[in-house]
Design a protein around this ligand. Structure first.
Ligand code: HEC
Length: 155
């Protein structure tokens, strides 16, 4: 027969185990890596120097947000990049590499607009990032204005 003391010990050990499993799970799901490990292929030089023809305007940010959250086909960006753009979308759970965390200034600040444009148009081969070739350039630039707004001081 087990003594009360042993039962107590076993119970506390189980509670501890469950606690550790929960911590791991929460970390895997919610941890926002920043700076983020980034090994994305570099865009061709002709893209890197591209600049947005759109003026910085709230209506463009709004349209970019609607695209990211709802309209972008075949899959809305938020499914992977998350509602807040922090890379924790529903589909990001088992993804390796993880979707980019757009709210991470340390990583996003190093990436030129032309690189973002190229990845959105062409996808990132060998990763979950699909290509949105069919999106007109203007919509891609609106997406970029929205993405940039997530690290701008105003947001
Ligand atoms: C199915 C999941 C998925 C969807 C949907 C998705 N992405 Fe991504 N995205 C990723 C992953 C994964 C990466 C990381 C790729 C890498 O590390 O090279 C990424 C990376 C990026 C990057 C970073 C490029 C760089 O050079 O670092 C940008 C910008 C981006 N996505 C924009 C978008 C936009 C805009 C949309 C919607 C129009 C979108 N993504 C939809 C998974 C997704």
């Amino acid at each position: 027969m087990l003594k009360i003391k042993q039962v107590r010990w076993i119970l506390s050990f189980c509670v501890f185990l469950i606690y550790m499993i929960c911590v791991q799970f929460v970390n895997a799901v919610w941890a926002k890596e920043c700076p983020q490990d980034r090994r994305t292929q570099k865009a061709p030089t002709s893209y890197i120097s591209k600049e947005s023809p759109l003026r910085q305007e709230p209506r463009h940010i709004k349209k970019g947000k609607v695209l990211s959250h709802i309209k972008a086909k075949p899959i809305a960006c938020k499914q992977c990049h998350g509602m807040q753009g922090d890379g924790n979308g529903a589909m990001a759970l088992n993804m390796n590499p993880k979707p980019r965390n757009f709210t991470c200034k340390a990583t996003m600040g190093e990436i030129p607009d032309g690189q973002l444009f190229w990845v959105i148009k062409n996808g990132s081969k060998g990763t979950g990032m699909p290509s949105y070739k069919h999106l007109p350039d203007e919509k891609v630039w609106q997406l970029i204005q929205y993405i940039r707004s997530l690290t701008s001081p105003a947001s």
